[in-house]
Design a protein around this ligand. Structure first.
Ligand code: ACM
Length: 510
C-alpha cells in the first residue's frame, strides 16, 4: 500500500512535469539589439522550472568563469537558482555549455529546445556575448510578463567587426568611477567591446602619473565651467579595467598630444617653450595649446606618462590623440607623432590616433581614427594603416539630435536617431573599404554634459544603433524593422531608469 502511494506521487510529479501548457512562440521576431546573424524559431517554449541545472566541464577554468557569469544573469532574471552539475534532471530546467570551434572569437550559438538550452562557443568572449543575448531574452520575457518560459529555436551569431567601441571624454567634464561603470554595464548589454577613455585635454588631466603628480593634483582640479574636476588614481583605473574586462570590454587610454595639452602645460612650467606655466582653462575653445618640441624634457615627460599608463593597461592600444594641433608647426607635429609612436611601441602597445596623424610616418599596425577629414583617412590607408570609423557627421554622440536638444553641439551635424543608424561604414567614404576598417566607435565629448543623466541622454538610444552597425551584417539592417525593436528597448531602458532621448518621431511605448 505504502509503495502504491509512493508510485502515485511519483507518477503525479512526472505528469505535472511533462504536461506543460502549449504556448506558441516567435523567436524570429524577438527584439534583439544588435540583431543576431541568424534567428530560427521552432515555435515552442522552454519552461523555466524551479531550480536550473547547468552542465559543463568544471575542470575547464574558462567554462567555470562563464558558468559564474551565466549564474548571475540567470538568477537575476529568471528568479530561479542555478546549480552546477547537480540536481534531478527531470525536475529542473537544464542548460549546457559546450566548447566548439567557430569562425570568430566572439561567435556563439544558442539552441533552445523544450528540454534544454545549449550554449556553444570556442572561448570566454563568445560565451559572454551569448550570455548578453540570453540576458536580453530573459529581460524581454519579464517585461512582457512571460516570466516562466523562453521561446525555442536557434540563434547563431558572430560580429561583423572585431572592434565595436565607445569613447568617453572624461577630461572636459570628469565622470566618476561609478558613472563609468554604469556606462560599461550598458555597453556590455549591447555587445560593445572597447571603451576608449579620453583622459587628458586642455581642461583637465584625469589619470594619476606618479612621476608627474601635479598633472592631477593641479591639472585635474577643474573642468569646463569651473567645477572641481577630478581624476582616477592608478588603483581606480585598474579597478575600471578589471570591471570592463569581466564584461569583455577593452579599455583604450588616450593622452592627447601635442595639442589639447593645456592641463599639463599649466601644471609644469618646464613643458612650455617659454618656461612659464599657463593658466588652468575652463572654456570650450580648441586648438590653442601645444607641447614644446625643442625641449627634451617634453619627451621624457611623454615617456614617463606612456610607461606608467601602459604598465597598468592590458589592452593592445595606446591612443596618442594628435587632433586639432592648430598651433603646432607641421614639421614639429610630425616629430611629435613619430617620436611618440616609437615610445608607445617600445612599451609594447599598438598606436591609435585621430586621422591627422597620417601626416607622420605611420608605423605598422597603427590605427587612424577617421573623424573629420576623408583625405586624412585615405592618406593613412596609403601608409598601410587600418581605419577606425568615427565620422563626426554620423557617429558623434555629442552632436545634438536636433535644434531643440538641450545638450550637445552641432558643428558636424544634427544627428537624429535614424541618421545615426542609417549608414554603412564601408560605403561612406571613397577609398575606405571593408578590408581597411577595423570597426566603428562612437565618441561622446563632454563639453555640454556633466552627469550620468546628461551622458545617457546623448548616448541613448543612438548607441544601440552603433552597436548594431558594428555587430550585425549590413544586409540584416533596415531602419523600419530596427525602429520596432528600438521601441521595445525604450521599455528596457525605462526598466533600468536610464534617461534617454524619446524622439517625437518614434512611437515609443508608455
Ligand atoms: C575630435 O573631435 N577633435 C577628434
Amino acid at each position: 500500500m505504502k509503495n502504491f502511494k509512493f508510485l502515485i506521487v511519483v507518477l503525479s510529479i512526472l505528469f505535472f512535469v511533462h504536461c506543460e501548457k502549449q504556448i506558441e512562440t516567435h523567436l524570429e521576431t524577438f527584439p534583439l539589439i544588435p540583431i543576431a546573424n541568424s534567428l530560427k524559431e521552432t515555435g515552442g517554449a522552454f519552461f523555466i522550472k524551479s531550480k536550473t541545472i547547468l552542465y559543463f566541464d568544471e575542470q575547464d577554468a574558462s567554462l567555470k568563469k562563464t558558468a559564474i557569469q551565466l549564474k548571475n544573469t540567470w538568477e537575476t532574471h529568471s528568479l530561479q537558482t542555478l546549480t552546477f552539475n547537480e540536481g534531478i534532471p527531470f525536475l529542473h530546467s537544464k542548460i549546457e555549455l559546450v566548447k566548439e570551434e567557430f569562425e570568430s572569437d566572439e561567435a556563439y550559438e544558442i539552441k533552445i529546445s523544450k528540454k534544454v538550452i545549449q550554449i556553444s562557443s570556442s572561448n570566454e568572449a563568445g560565451f559572454y556575448r551569448a550570455i548578453t543575448t540570453l540576458d536580453q531574452l530573459l529581460r524581454f520575457q519579464n517585461l512582457s510578463s512571460n516570466h516562466d518560459y523562453l521561446p525555442t529555436g536557434v540563434i547563431s551569431d558572430m560580429p561583423k567587426y572585431g572592434y565595436r567601441g565607445a569613447m568617453l571624454d572624461v577630461a572636459r567634464h570628469f565622470f566618476t568611477l561609478e558613472e563609468v561603470k554604469k556606462y560599461i554595464d550598458l555597453l556590455a548589454l549591447y555587445k560593445i567591446n572597447n571603451l576608449h577613455l579620453h583622459l587628458s585635454d586642455d581642461q583637465g588631466w584625469r589619470i594619476e602619473i606618479k612621476s608627474w603628480p601635479k598633472l592631477t593634483s593641479y591639472g585635474g582640479s577643474t573642468e569646463v565651467g569651473g567645477g572641481p574636476g577630478g581624476f582616477y588614481t592608478q588603483e581606480e583605473y585598474k579597478e575600471l579595467i578589471s570591471y570592463a574586462q569581466e564584461r569583455f570590454i577593452t579599455i583604450i587610454p588616450e593622452i592627447d598630444i601635442p595639442g589639447h595639452t593645456n592641463a599639463a602645460l599649466a601644471s609644469y612650467p618646464e613643458l612650455n617653450c617659454d618656461g612659464k606655466s599657463t593658466s588652468l582653462y575652463t572654456g570650450t575653445e580648441v586648438g590653442f595649446s601645444t607641447l614644446c618640441v625643442d625641449k627634451e624634457v617634453t619627451f621624457q615627460f611623454l615617456d614617463d606618462v606612456i610607461r606608467e599608463i601602459t604598465e597598468i593597461t592590458p589592452g593592445p592600444y595606446f591612443h596618442l590623440g594628435g587632433d586639432e594641433s592648430h598651433v603646432t608647426k607641421e614639421e614639429d607635429y610630425i616629430v611629435f607623432i613619430n617620436r611618440t609612436q616609437d615610445i608607445i611601441l617600445k612599451y609594447g602597445k599598438k598606436v591609435m590616433g585621430w586621422d591627422e596623424i597620417q601626416s607622420s610616418d605611420l608605423k605598422s599596425n597603427t590605427v587612424a581614427q577617421y573623424w573629420a577629414d576623408a583625405k586624412n583617412a585615405q592618406g593613412a590607408i596609403k601608409k598601410n594603416a587600418k581605419i577606425l570609423m568615427s565620422p563626426a557627421q554620423y557617429a558623434y554622440l555629442d552632436m545634438q539630435y536636433d535644434s531643440l536638444s538641450p545638450f550637445g553641439l552641432h558643428w558636424a551635424s544634427y544627428i537624429s536617431i535614424k541618421k545615426a543608424y542609417d549608414w554603412i561604414p564601408e560605403k561612406l567614404v571613397e577609398g575606405i573599404k571593408e578590408e581597411n576598417i577595423i570597426g566603428i566607435e562612437a565618441p561622446l565629448w563632454s563639453e555640454t554634459i556633466s552627469n550620468f543623466d546628461e551622458l545617457s541622454y546623448l548616448a541613448f538610444p543612438r548607441l544601440l544603433g552603433y552597436a548594431e552597425i558594428g555587430w550585425s551584417q549590413t544586409n540584416q539592417r533596415n531602419w523600419e524593422e530596427y525602429e520596432n525593436r528600438l521601441i521595445e528597448h525604450g521599455v528596457l531602458l525605462d526598466s533600468l531608469s536610464i534617461n534617454y532621448y524619446r524622439s517625437p518621431n518614434i512611437p515609443w511605448k508608455e
